[in-house]
Write a protein that binds this ligand. Structure first.
Ligand code: HQG
Length: 197
């Protein structure tokens, strides 16, 4: 059993290898779903200094316990569900709920309200069905802001949504007219929703 710190560190390695720079570790990801054999990921982890002791069940533990369900194992293959900056993973278009959320921070807000959401260094904009995921994402870089995204309007404007699992939805971009500030600090819902229309 890995302790929590080890679990977190191993999860970071797995994210690096499955989301960002697989080739640095001798991993080739399936161009469509971004998966690779669990054995290949295990070997790549074991090749890192101080990580040669890792076993397959350690990787399985990380997959199982990931607070945001970042990874998925199926048929002996593993993939990151979302978050890629590497090759663009293909997802099937889906029908999202009428409202989705995006967690961001106060500094990014003016630019988002002007230009809309863009994927920045990742392949897609990340949205979620509930505010928990958005809170975790947005709290990483300063003062949390949660945006409510009107998916009906977005679809009318031509945005396609893709489901990544675990209540996470992806889009290539999001026009600012579909985004409304919903919360500007955890737990503190704005009475007068600030619209950017
Ligand atoms: C912001 C992590 C200025 C966007 C997270 C975000 C999530 C803009 C940042 C997952 C902008 C990009 C994804 C614009 C977007 N102007 N800023 N036009 N458009 N932004 O990390 O959504 O823990 O690439 O709001 O928790 O924060 O690693 O995306 O603040 O789940 O598993 O630019 O990755 O998951 O940041 O995070 P990111 P994200 P893990």
């Amino acid at each position: 059993m890995l302790n929590q710190t080890m679990e977190k560190n191993l999860s970071k390695w797995m994210s690096k290898m499955l989301r960002h720079t697989p080739e640095e570790y001798g991993i080739v990801l399936d161009p469509e779903d971004g998966s690779c054999p669990v054995s290949l990921l295990l070997e790549a982890v074991q090749n890192q200094p101080n990580w040669s002791w890792v076993k397959r069940e350690d990787i399985e533990q990380v997959v199982r316990n990931s607070d945001k369900q970042r990874f998925e194992i199926a048929h002996d293959r593993i993939k990151a569900r979302y978050g890629h900056s590497h090759d663009k993973i293909q997802y099937s278009p889906g029908e999202p709920p009428a409202v989705l959320y995006h967690g961001t921070n106060k500094k990014a807000l003016p630019s988002i309200l002007k230009e809309g959401l863009s994927p920045m260094n990742r392949q897609y904009v990340h949205l979620s069905e509930g505010t928990h995921f958005a809170t975790l994402a947005g709290s990483r870089r300063g003062e949390l802001v949660i945006l409510k995204v009107d998916t009906i309007e977005a679809k009318q404007l031509g945005v396609t949504f893709y489901y990544a699992g675990n209540e996470v939805w992806l889009a290539d971009g999001m026009p600012s007219s579909c985004c409304t500030v919903w919360i500007s600090q955890e737990g503190e819902q704005s009475n007068h929703e600030q619209s950017n229309h």
